[in-house]
Every structure is written in C-alpha cells, then in structure tokens.
Design a protein around this ligand. Structure first.
Ligand code: GTB
Length: 213
C-alpha cells in the first residue's frame, strides 16, 4: 500500500522546507517509495481524526496500512528498516541510529532554544541577558558536532538515516552554522542529493498551491 503522510496545507515556513514533513519526504525519496500526502489545516490537526494518529495534533504522521506512526524520527527509522538503503549492516547500524537520536535529542534542542530566545522571548525584560548563554550552548553543541565530522562527508562512513536526520535539523538553522564551515558544507552536501531536491520540490509545490487557494 502506498504510504500516506501528513503535512501542513499552508506551511508557515512559506515553502522553505523547514517543517518536519520534509525529513519524511526525503527518507521516502531516498528509498524510492512513492507516497501520498494528506494536507491539513491547523484546525484539522486538532480534530479527533488527526489526534488519533498524532496525540499532540502535529504533523508529520505516516500510515502504510500496517502501521500508523507519529514522531519524525520514528517514521524515518521505520522507513529505513522497512525499505532498506538508509541503514548500514552490522555495528554501523546502531551508530547510525545513535546519530538519528543525537540529531533530535542532543543537537536540535539547543537550536530550538536559540529560536525561542531570539524570536518568541524577544521583548521580555530578561531576553537580552539570556541570549549569550543560549548562543554559548549552541556553539558548544555545534562545535562538538563539527569536531566529530571533521573533513568527512558524512557522520559515520556512508550516507545514512543519521545524516538525513542531522541535515534535516541543521537545514532549518543554517544561520547558526556560521563559524562551522564543515557543517555548512555538510548541509549543502545533503541538500544537493537528488532525493532531497525531489522532497523539497514536492513541499514547495504544496506551498505554491496554497497561495492560489
Ligand atoms: N517531535 C515531533 C516530530 O518530530 O514529529 C514534532 C512535530 C512538530 O513540531 N510538528 C510541527 C507542528 O505540527 C510542524 S514541524 N506544529 C503545529 C502545532 O504544533 O500545532 C515544526 C515547524 C513548524 C514551523 C516551521 N516554520 O514555520 O518554519 C518550522 C518547523
């Protein structure tokens, strides 16, 4: 059965590929699986039908007739395990999964905190004073990631679901990568992959269509 994913009917990122359905689209493109997309308004995301798929009323979700999944990382892991090609064999498999988790639980939180501090907390009397500390946390995390990557193309040998998730995280926060040229190149390398390009074009087409609606 062709998998169905969910995505924003009108993405607030204006087609810049920042929403997390992009990571799921990219994974499906990498493994060469066609997919359908159920587009949801913000109101529809909070209705019972979607809450049954995603208890937090968010996108993306994934259904393939056998499983209904939420959480981007779990979906990408399922796609990688079900269809093959995104996870190496043997000991390297566990390390690739480790990088998937590192992307969303070690690297992304620091970047999200910076986004919160810069945009959502702006105007609070304490916001300016807090910024250097938040910038420091981001610099430390990105510095550690940059040191691990070094001059390599990918995090652990060949391209894997770990890279897909890490590039997916960093792609959204590219302005934070200044000072880490190897991470800038890493994101560019990921974004240049034909599967990424197809995924990006597909989500951009949704945004363009939303302008006509
Ligand atoms: N942990 C979950 C996962 O990884 O699947 C988080 C899912 C999530 O945050 N989904 C967001 C959502 O549905 C969309 S991707 N938000 C609506 C809601 O919570 O009501 C996050 C996102 C949103 C918008 C932008 N943007 O405008 O640039 C970028 C990323």
């Amino acid at each position: 059965m062709t998998p169905t994913i969910t995505a924003f009917a009108a993405s607030p990122d204006r087609g810049r590929g920042m929403a997390r359905d992009m990571r799921v689209r990219w994974a499906l493109e990498e493994v060469g699986r066609a997919y359908e997309v159920r587009l949801l308004s913000f109101a529809e995301m909070k209705e019972a039908a979607h809450l049954a798929r995603q208890p937090f009323g968010q996108i993306p979700t994934y259904e393939d007739g056998e499983v209904t999944l939420f959480e981007t990382g779990a979906i990408v892991l399922h796609v990688a395990e079900r269809f093959g090609g995104l996870l190496p064999e043997g000991a390297a498999r566990g390390r690739a999964v480790s990088w998937m988790f590192a992307a969303v639980s070690t690297v992304e939180p620091a970047l999200l905190e910076l986004e919160t501090a810069r945009f959502f907390d702006a105007g609070q009397p304490w916001a300016e004073a807090r910024l250097p500390m938040v910038h420091g946390r981001v610099a430390r995390r990105l510095g550690q990631l940059s040191a691990h990557l070094g001059g390599a193309d990918w995090l652990d040998g060949g391209f894997s679901a770990g890279d897909l998730m890490m590039v997916g995280v960093l792609f959204r926060f590219q302005d934070a990568l200044v000072g880490f040229p190897n991470l800038v190149d890493y994101v560019a390398r990921g974004a240049a992959r034909p599967a990424f390009q197809r995924a990006f074009a597909a989500q951009f087409a949704v945004y363009q269509a939303s302008l006509q609606a």
